[in-house]
Write a protein that binds this ligand. Structure first.
Ligand code: G
Ligand code: G
Ligand code: NA
Ligand code: MN
Length: 256
């Protein structure tokens, strides 16, 4: 396939770009950090969404190389922002890890090396891992996550509610933050079942002592409901779309 060949060359041709989407505190909309999201600037096809090439990258194993690049990029960028904005020392960056990356034998040394090379401390890095990625090899995932935790970075369970993990399994995962999938948030202002679902997750998370991020918040009505439920953090177009590093930097300045 042409796209796969193009994808192979994209790294060496410097066609990937890291975008950043703000994560805010619901109570006052203060910026707490960003999720890093990869974009592919294809010379003929224009900007390609990861939804259209991550599956191919997974299949071909290229995700490991792209992921390595993203991790380095995101950590270096956050370190640069910390140096530029010493009054915002608590900002964090989250990076998505796919199953293939998580289960790659070099993932741990790679993360350690990236932190060392960029000078970012582990507590400012969050890894977003989906339930389904963890389920590919649950026992190994648990072991790995526990080792990762010892480096003091934070682990987020991404797209929560869309996977098949049982509550007992969830209980064993050393996860710091639950990220509620946007499919539940999307209709919560107009469908009481969806609202109950979010409420149940939030109650569970609160009982487990884990903060929650709700993704895909687009409307003030949704935000108002999240506030009522006591959801700590949110992310979505209501606050900002994923933006370039330069635009993200403006958001840090405006948030001061
Ligand atoms: O940014 P966007 O909404 O188009 O992302 C689509 C999907 O691609 C999401 O599921 C997101 O988690 C995934 N994605 C975005 N960036 C990365 C990345 O750097 N690594 C991995 N593994 N997935 C990513
Ligand atoms: O799978 P993951 O949760 O990492 O997906 C992140 C994706 O969600 C990104 O591609 C981002 O562009 C998209 N996204 C972020 N906020 C919103 C939103 O408010 N609405 C919609 N429809 N998509 C969003
Ligand atoms: Na994510
Ligand atoms: Mn998600």
């Amino acid at each position: 396939l042409d796209l796969e060949l193009d994808l192979r060359r994209a790294l060496e041709r410097d066609q990937f770009e890291a975008y950043y989407q703000p994560i805010v505190r619901v109570a006052d909309r203060r910026l707490i950090g960003f999720e890093a999201l990869v974009r592919w600037n294809h010379p003929e096809r224009g900007l390609i969404s990861p939804a259209d090439f991550i599956p191919l990258a997974e299949e071909s194993g290229l995700i490991v190389h792209i992921g390595r690049w993203m991790l380095h990029q995101a950590c270096a960028q956050m370190r640069a922002w910390q140096l530029a904005f010493p009054r915002r020392p608590a900002l964090t960056v989250s990076v998505n890890l796919s199953a293939r990356q998580l289960l790659h034998p070099d993932i741990l040394p790679e993360i350690r090396r990236t932190l060392r090379q960029t000078g970012l401390s582990a507590r400012h890095l969050k890894l977003e891992i989906t339930e389904s990625a963890m389920m590919e090899d649950a026992e190994r995932a648990i072991e790995l996550l526990e080792t990762l935790k010892r480096t003091r970075l934070k682990l987020m369970l991404d797209d929560f509610g869309t996977g098949y993990s049982s509550l007992s399994y969830l209980h064993r995962l050393p996860i710091d933050v639950l990220k509620v999938d946007r499919s539940f948030v999307m209709h919560m202002h107009e469908r009481s079942e969806d609202r109950s679902f979010v409420e149940t997750i939030v109650n569970l998370a609160q009982k487990l002592g884990r903060p929650v991020v709700c993704e895909g918040v687009e409307l003030p009505e949704q935000e108002a409901l999240l506030r009522e439920l006591g959801v700590e953090y949110a992310q979505g177009y209501l606050y900002s779309r994923p933006v370039t590093a330069a635009q993200a930097q403006m958001l840090i300045i405006e948030d001061a």
